[in-house]
Design a protein around this ligand. Structure first.
Ligand code: NAD
Ligand code: GLY
Length: 360
């Protein structure tokens, strides 16, 4: 097992990579959690891993109940947060009672937001079960839900007390979900670590066949990069925005298409488009978008919108981007690569070029 520390003063916590689900109860000792605990999950994940996690928590002395949210991004909304509050109130949860998010990014974001707001904040633990949740959403404390007008429009920065990752659960993950997580992994190489990008280029087969060492390295390096960025800029005053590489266009696609495309797939297209935009804006040479597109495609991720069948209107995408909370002072901020391993956050980008890229 490997532990990555996210350093945030008294809100620091451990990300335990390679922890065994059956040891969760023991691993949560000493975190000042109350005895009452609610495992929030969905029917798919509950059926696969709920029993093991709940047994282990009970063996650790916790009084455990479970709360089920239907499976899907469309349930990441305030109605289902409210259903969590109701279950907690009916079961007399208090301010020390803890929530445990068992699932992918949807469950993690929703549960984290419920934990941030129930009784002005109760402790919570992330037990991510998708690659995407392991390398991104369970780490760093962004919690929240969608609004019909935009993705993640309602939320809070709220850090978990611990993140427990049992990598063996990735064996049962549908292929598309594994690939979706790989998009966020590729993101870390582009924004921060050229050597990691090279590693991803050279070790595709090992990674996709879930070779244990390769998988551990990919998750560890991703978490290290995210932890380093978040520890320097928890609330996205500046640097943290680099983690949004590929997300400006990606979120617009997800919203405009009503989440028909998986998050990671939309981010993959967004990374390719942002790299092309960087080239057209004169920030980088043609080799950067070419390498990004090549890597994205080599992991069977989409590099354009043809996967959707019909293309969303360019005007709709541009409008949705404008609404994205990352638009400040009227102009959308883009994260654009200067080279592999280094990006800039800028409002200076060529709108005509972006329209052309979206049309192409
Ligand atoms: P998801 O949570 O919808 O999970 C994908 C699917 O995999 C679901 O059907 C789920 O039931 C299933 N599943 C989960 N674990 C499984 C397992 N081990 N075996 C088999 N099936 C399993 O999707 P996701 O890609 O994990 O997360 C996407 C969400 O994460 C989006 O809402 C996105 O906005 C959010 N996100 C948040 C952050 C953040 O910083 N908070 C970062 C990135 C993404
Ligand atoms: N996923 C972007 C962030 O955590 O900041």
């Amino acid at each position: 097992m490997h532990t990555v520390k996210l350093s945030l003063g008294e809100r620091s916590y451990d990300i335990e990579i390679g922890a065994n689900l059956d040891e969760a109860g023991a691993r949560l000792q000493g975190l000042c959690l109350g005895r009452k605990m609610a495992v929030v999950t969905n029917p798919t994940v509950k059926g696969l891993y709920g029993g093991r996690l709940i047994e282990s928590l009970k063996a650790g002395g916790f009084l455990v109940m479970s709360i089920e949210i239907p499976d899907g991004e469309q349930y990441k909304n305030l109605d289902w947060v409210n259903s969590i509050y109701t279950a907690l109130l009916i079961n007399s949860f208090d301010r020390k009672s803890a929530l445990v998010a068992l699932g992918g990014g949807v469950i993690g974001d929703l549960t984290g937001f419920a934990a941030a707001t129930f009784m002005r904040g109760v402790p919570f633990v992330q037990v991510p079960t998708t690659l995407l949740a392991m390398v991104d959403s369970s780490v760093g404390g962004k919690t929240g839900v969608n609004h019909p007008m935009g993705k993640n429009m309602i939320g809070a920065f709220y850090q978990p007390k611990k993140v427990l990752m049992d990598l063996s659960v990735l064996r049962g993950l549908p292929r598309e979900e594994l690939l979706s997580g790989m998009a966020e992994v590729i993101k870390y190489g582009v924004i921060r670590d050229a050597a990691f990008f090279d590693y991803l280029e050279k070790n595709r087969e090992k990674i996709l066949s879930l070779d244990p060492d390769a998988l551990e390295y990919v998750v560890r390096r991703s978490c290290e990069i995210k932890a380093e960025v978040v520890s320097k800029d928890e609330r996205e005053g500046g640097l943290r925005a680099v983690l949004n590489f590929g997300h400006t266009v990606g979120h617009a696609i997800e919203t405009a298409e009503n989440y028909r495309m998986r998050h990671g797939y939309a981010v993959a297209v967004g990374m390719v488009y942002a790299s092309r935009l960087a080239h057209k804006t004169g920030l980088c040479g043609a080799a950067v978008p070419e390498r990004v597109e090549h890597l994205v495609r080599s992991y069977n991720l989409p590099s354009d919108l043809s996967a959707l069948g019909r293309k969303p209107a360019v005007a709709a995408l541009m409008d949705t981007m404008q609404l994205d909370k990352k638009a400040e002072g009227g102009k959308v901020k883009f994260v654009l690569p200067k080279r592999i391993g280094e990006v800039v956050i800028t409002k200076e980008w060529d709108e005509g070029a972006l329209r052309d890229i979206l049309k192409s």
